[in-house]
Structures are given as structure tokens and as C-alpha cells.
Write a new protein. Structure first.
Length: 427
RNA sequence: UCCUGGGUAGCUCAACUAGGUAGAGCGGUCGGCUGUUAACCGAUUGGUUGGGGGUUCGAGUCCCCCCCCAGGAGCCA
């Protein structure tokens, strides 16, 4: 079975530390698989070529024991990763107790209980290597394009989009909430640096229990001063295309390990197909969904729409009542806002949500009142519209959903090292 | 929160339309095997059937309550 390889040169003298993940022993010849880092290498041991003590160690070593080995590298097509190490020495650092996770089948409840150990498994390592490549590609994209990274706070005094779904905590006698978006803190920073982004965990206390939701998830959010709605859509297209292509290139082996068919991913190049919310509602009605203009578009509806295309689908011009208070109204229709969502193909749903922001002070005050939001908490935010106000736009991309799409994994819980799910915070 | 399905050995499951003191594979352990790939062959180990109460001569199986898990919905990234 394919795994991430360790690069081995033919004839090279090698000393390595690692963990034994598999052992096949036959009388006088043994094969062991050693996990060194993300990668794995096969060890070959012949009884007559080893010190007696080393052979005894090989016989008694248990799965997931930590060991130190010495040997000679050999390129050999019979080895699972194309190369192997012929052992000259084998030392046990720690003899592992019986490891709960075996190469055979396990249920998801058992695996989630043992998430801290499950991380060592072949596919889980591949998923997290892919996540790492995605995160790096995001930073590289923004760095190359002159963005400044702004680390927004996690403890916040007020809601970005209403308080009902926030985790509340005590802040020296005051109420504080775990951030559900860095956006409000990004907008002031855009006035300082013009192009900014934040990258960090966000928290939603929604009691949702689906394959697309976590209580704690990571989001990257760019915000750009003087950027209008059309340019925002272009930014989203270029950004998403860049990060997908970069991951396909840099994480090619990890994608092979998980046997991901990347045909559709390769098609992620600008421009993306685009429909308005109103057109989406018409399409859904024709498909038989019981939906009316003004309703939000749910998971099944998103999947139905994304089936029309192999590329991410952009939906624009949503009704203002289903979107956040800070979104700029459509000049051609005040009931709509200049908002856009990007729906991933293959049923992975919304991965980007963004908009042009309101830059007029009076309009923003009015919208805060209409949504019954606590005005005091937003005074600092309103300041942006008092001191050199400027048109600006931004979006947020969900890391876990994007990794889920790239890897083809069904549930986002496997795209993050330690998922936080409804009523589940262990390990 | 709601709907549906489920909790039996360390793990994955079986024990039937009909209540009769639980069984297999994997893992572990011991032995065998010089090119294995989730190796193979033989032996062996393993259980208060999620918890509590009830019906019954007798409950894994039937009834009630509780706990936990999974899948889905709403909401969202």
C-alpha cells in the first residue's frame, strides 16, 4: 500500500530514529516498515547479517515502538516506497504497549476517541500534509501579492454577525466571546496597509452536526481597500486557482497515497462560472426544490447547483436579509447586496463567502439598527467610516472544507488534527 | 435541537421470522517459515452483552427510563 516515502540513496550509510508501523517476519528474514517523519521506509533484516541482540530486538519489537536503526540504503522496486534499508543494527528506544489502532477496520467513534494516535495513520498523515501545503500556498499567494498579514484577536467584545452562535467566556467580570471572524478587525487594518489578510481559528457555537461543520475551524480572510465587487470576484478566482494548483503540484504524492482522482481539481482555473442568486433560485425551482426568492440556499441546494459544472461556482447578489449587516447594497436593487459565495464542485459546498462592504457611515448605522445589534460594541468599527472612508471588499475561505474538497474526504473532521465537534472536545 | 439507525471479546461483527447461561475473523501470546507488502500456516488467550429498573422458571433477545455513538436536517465556512 502506497505511503509517503523517505528519500533513500543507493549504497548510502543510514542511521535513523522512528516508529515501527508494520512487521512481517519469517524465520530468518524480516521486513519492517519504519515511520521516520511524515514518510515511511521499509527495513530488511537478515538474521545472519545482524548481531544476535539486534535480531532478538526485531523479534520482540511491537508496533509503534520507537527504535534507532542503522543500515545501508538500497533502491528496490519490491519495496513499497521504491527503496529500503538493509539493517546492520536495530535498537529499541521504547517498547510500545499494544497499540489500539491496527491495520484492520475500525469504527469512526473508536478512531475519534483515539484521534491523538490516529494521527499516525497513513491516510491521516497524508491529509495533514495536504493541509500544510494548502496553508503554505495561502501565505505565499498573499505574500507575493503584497498583502500584510494581520493577526486578529480571538477574544472579542461583540458579535460580528449576531451573538446567538458565539462561545461566551468571562473576561475579568465582563462578557467576552470567541471570535467567529477576523473581518471587523481587518477593515481598520486595510486603512493602514491597503491589502491585508488574517489567518486563524474561528468559533461557532451552532449546534450543527453535519459532515461540513466544526465548532472550531480555520479561516483565511483577505480585505482590500479601494477594491470593488467585480475585482473581489477576480481576486477570489485567482486566489483559489493558485492555491489548488500549488497543492496539486507540491502534494502530488500525498494525493496519490489517498488515491484522489484530481481530474476535476486540475480544472480550477479562472474564470469560474457565475450565476446570480435570482438565477440560482430559478434553476432550483426547475429542479423541483421547494424554495422561494428570499430563502437561503442550503447544503442540498448547493450540491444540486454545483453539479452543473466541474469548476467552482460563483453565486452573486444575495437578498440582504440572508446576509450580514455590513454588506454593500446592490445599486440596481436595494433588496440585494454585493455578496458572493463560491461553491466547490463534487458536493463540497460553500468554501468562500465575501462581499463589498458598506463605506457610508449613515447607511451602516441604519443597518446596525435594523439588525438590532448593540451599537456601543460597534463604535470603533464605525470610526472607519469617519476618517477617510473608502470602498473595500473581502472574503473568507474555510480551510477544512477546502482540504475536504482537495482530498475528497467525506467529513471535515479528518482535515484538522484535533476536530472540535458538537459535544465532543476529547482528545 | 429534531428525525433515523445503533451500543455484544482490545477491534470489526454474528447469535434468525420464534426468550433456553454468547461465536467468528482480526489483534495479543507461543511455535514454524529467506522477498514480505493489511504476509502465510498451526496452536492459544480473550466477555458483569452501555447503565438502571421491570416481565419471566429463564433476558443479549420483550417492556420502561437514562447515558453514549453514527447518519441526516436546520444554520453556516
Amino acid at each position: 500500500m502506497k505511503d509517503l516515502p523517505v528519500v533513500i540513496e543507493d549504497g548510502q550509510e543510514i542511521e535513523l530514529e522512528g516508529w515501527i508501523i508494520h512487521k512481517r517476519i519469517s524465520g530468518k528474514l524480516a521486513f519492517l516498515d519504519l515511520r521516520v517523519g511524515p514518510g515511511v521506509v521499509q527495513l530488511v533484516a537478515s538474521k545472519k547479517e545482524l548481531p544476535a541482540e539486534a535480531w532478538q530486538n526485531i523479534k520482540k519489537v511491537t508496533l509503534e515502538s520507537s527504535v534507532k536503526i542503522g543500515g545501508i540504503g538500497k533502491v528496490d522496486s519490491r519495496a513499497p516506497t521504491g527503496a529500503e534499508i538493509h539493517l546492520k543494527d536495530f535498537e529499541i528506544i521504547h517498547l510500545s504497549e499494544e497499540f489500539p489502532i491496527t491495520p484492520k477496520e475500525h469504527g469512526i467513534a473508536f478512531l475519534m476517541e483515539h484521534r491523538h494516535l490516529w494521527l499516525r495513520s497513513r491516510k491521516q498523515r497524508a491529509y495533514l500534509v495536504i493541509r500544510n501545503e494548502l496553508e503554505q500556498s495561502i501565505h505565499d499567494f498573499f505574500y507575493k501579492n503584497g498583502f500584510i498579514r494581520i493577526d486578529s484577536p480571538i477574544l472579542t467584545p461583540a458579535a460580528c454577525e449576531g451573538t446567538s452562535t458565539l462561545f461566551e467566556t468571562d473576561y475579568f467580570g465582563e462578557k467576552a466571546y470567541l471570535s467567529q471572524s477576523g473581518q471587523l478587525y481587518l477593515e481598520p487594518a486595510a486603512a493602514a496597509f491597503r491589502k491585508v489578510y488574517c489567518f486563524g481559528p474561528t468559533f461557532r457555537a451552532e449546534k450543527s452536526k453535519t459532515r461540513r461543520h466544526l465548532m472550531e475551524f480555520w479561516m483565511v480572510e483577505p480585505e482590500v481597500a479601494f477594491m470593488k465587487f467585480e475585482e473581489l470576484i477576480k481576486l477570489a478566482e485567482e486566489f483559489l486557482s493558485y492555491i489548488i494548483q500549488r497543492v496539486l503540484e507540491k502534494a502530488a504524492i500525498a494525493l496519490e497515497v489517498i488515491e484522489r482522482d484530481t481530474t476535476i481539481l486540475e480544472k480550477t482555473t479562472p474564470p469560474f462560472p457565475r450565476i446570480t442568486y435570482t438565477e440560482a433560485i430559478e434553476t432550483l425551482k426547475n429542479k423541483g426544490f421547494p424554495i422561494e426568492w428570499g430563502d437561503d440556499i442550503g447544503g442540498d441546494e448547493e450540491t444540486a447547483l454545483s453539479q452543473e459544472t466541474d469548476k467552482p461556482l460563483i453565486i452573486t447578489h444575495y437578498p440582504k436579509k440572508v446576509k450580514a449587516f455590513y454588506m454593500q447594497p446592490n445599486p440596481d436593487n436595494p433588496e440585494e447586496v454585493l455578496a458572493m459565495d463560491v461553491i466547490a464542485p463534487e458536493g463540497y459546498g460553500e468554501i468562500i463567502g465575501g462581499s463589498e462592504r458598506i463605506n457610508d457611515l449613515d447607511l451602516l448605522k441604519k443597518r446596525i439598527e435594523e439588525e438590532n445589534l448593540p451599537r456601543e460594541a460597534f463604535e470603533w468599527y464605525l470610526d472607519i467610516r469617519k476618517f477617510g472612508s473608502f470602498p473595500h471588499s473581502g472574503f473568507g475561505l474555510g480551510i477544512e472544507r477546502t482540504v475536504a474538497w482537495i482530498t475528497g474526504v467525506k467529513h471535515v473532521r479528518e482535515t484538522i488534527p484535533y476536530p472540535r465537534m458538537l459535544y465532543k472536545i476529547y482528545p
